[in-house]
Write a protein that binds this ligand. Sequence first.
Ligand SMILES: [Zn+2]
Length: 273
Amino acid sequence: MQRRDLIKGVITGLAALQTRTSFAQDGNVVAPLDPALASRMQYKAKHFDQDFPDDYYLTEPQKKLMLSVVGKIASAKRTVGFGYFNLMSLDELLKITVNSPLSAFNRFELDFIEATFFRDARAYGFFGEKVSSELTSKIDASKTNKIAGTGHYLYQGRPEVLYAELKKDVGADIVLTSGIRSVVKQLDLFLAKAVQCGGNLSKASRSLAPPGYSFHGSGDFDVGKIGLGADNFTDTFAATDVYKRLLDLGYVNIRYTETNFYGVRFEPWHIKV
Ligand SMILES: [Zn+2]
């Protein structure tokens, strides 16, 4: 444990130094200065679903908190509905849960939420930029539209126009699979992934941006092929005709490429706006 912390500290320190000097702000892929760190990150992103000894693991008590937080968020989700949950802020979450003895968060759970949001994700080996720095940030629902038949929302303006163009050009079998996500929504997705990963937050962050680091808060969205279901979020999507048409039409502007230096797996389904 001590050794792991030491390694983590060294990597984080090194990373802090590197990110400031060698990563572009707008998500351009630029290699870190240290080739050893660069190749380690690429190796992990490629083998995103493996556990590594220098990954960031939650302790047993933290894992218990994670499970109780996930359970309480799930009950709030049932209350507001899965669609609106995409936009829900932390204040709304707390308001909904505060009066129920079963779902009200205790202070340890609130501390856990706060720690998860404010922890520097470079500790996980995730090098994307922080897009939303406020845990309590709110999405202005009046600037969004719910996209019929998807249960997801897009911002009015560029994201909505781009999605309409995609539908028109690519065809009827392309569908929005994830749109705007609030900090709470991203927290919920990240923790659900972390549960699947047995509390290995590095492994979770290789597949899903930690809360505050997702560009889904600022306009990016995911598309898939109708009928492909969960496989839309796997490499299977890159083999579909929908993806090929996206590529041919020049729509593919991938945020997380196959050889990215963010410590994130290849995500061909993610549309950068
Ligand atoms: Zn995405």
